[in-house]
Design a protein around this ligand. Structure first.
Ligand SMILES: C[S@@+](CC[C@H](N)C(=O)[O-])C[C@H]1O[C@@H](n2cnc3c(N)ncnc32)[C@H](O)[C@@H]1O
Length: 244
């Protein structure tokens, strides 16, 4: 029997979700950074800065940036880990990865870039000091499998950081819905000539587990000391967990 899952509000076969997510990111890659700034009024930079601070990267650290896309986290991590460190910029989508790799190289950052699926990480057990995934988990078909893989490749004592859109504070829900379902697709059409991808963004955020559910999912794969920080009233949240 074929398993089904969600692609935004649609119920689709699992393999169809993978294809449709790939289409979204092939389509948005070239305009991804400019759209991020427009859509979030620059807030994504603050959320990422907070994530980078919580990561506490030290020189020599081995770091895996999953769903690294255009490379914002990889760039900061590579600077902090320094020449003795190892920062892997990875993503399942070639278009996103290419934009990210070119951007990193243009900024003088030479770090390995690799195409890989978070659900089947090609790294050995207990290898990384830190693993991050920013705005990527929402798009994955088997989130529990991906989280288990992230834990597997962490060293004991290593930390996972999951930055993702989350459940917004109830009083802000109405205006946030108006923004998400009217303004966002309109902006997507105007700036990137692609309203559908930004409609998917709004729907996929609504379908993503809320703060407490994601915390439980991280605990279920064996991460410990799991906690989360609401960012901008829960528009986004950073979850962290430690592998003991
Ligand atoms: C919204 S972008 C985030 C990019 C970057 N981390 C950032 O915060 O700007 C989401 C990324 O998740 C990637 N992605 C989706 N499913 C994935 C999977 N199974 N494994 C790895 N990356 C995946 C997409 O290709 C896309 O580049």
């Amino acid at each position: 029997m074929t398993n089904t899952t969600h692609f935004g509000y649609e119920t689709v076969k699992e393999e169809e979700k993978v294809r449709k997510v790939a289409e979204v990111f092939h389509s948005v890659a070239a305009k991804y950074d400019v759209m991020n700034d427009f859509m979030s009024a620059g807030l994504h930079r603050l959320w990422k800065a907070f994530t980078i601070a919580q990561a506490g990267i030290r020189p020599g650290f081995k770091v895996l940036d999953i769903a690294g896309g255009t490379g914002d986290l990889s760039k900061a991590f590579a600077k902090q880990a320094g020449p003795s460190g190892e920062v892997w910029h990875t993503d399942i989508n070639e278009s996103m990865l290419r934009v990210g790799r070119d951007r990193l190289l243009n900024q003088g950052i030479v770090t390995p870039t690799m195409l890989c699926d978070a659900e089947k990480l090609p790294f050995r057990d207990n290898y990384f000091d830190r693993v991050s995934v920013a705005f990527g988990l929402r798009n994955m078909t088997h989130k529990d499998a991906a989280l288990a893989e992230m834990r597997r490749v962490l060293k004991p004592g290593g930390k996972l950081l999951v930055l993702e859109f989350s459940k917004v504070w109830e009083p802000l829900k109405k205006p946030y819905d108006v923004y998400s379902f009217s303004v966002l697709p309109w902006l997507g059409k105007k700036v990137a000539n692609d309203a559908d991808s930004y409609r998917y963004l709004a729907e996929s955020i609504r379908m993503h587990p809320d703060q407490e559910t994601l915390k439980q999912m991280m605990e279920q794969v064996g991460l410990e000391r799991v906690q989360y920080f609401n960012l901008t009233a829960g528009v986004a949240a950073l979850h962290t967990g430690i592998k003991m």
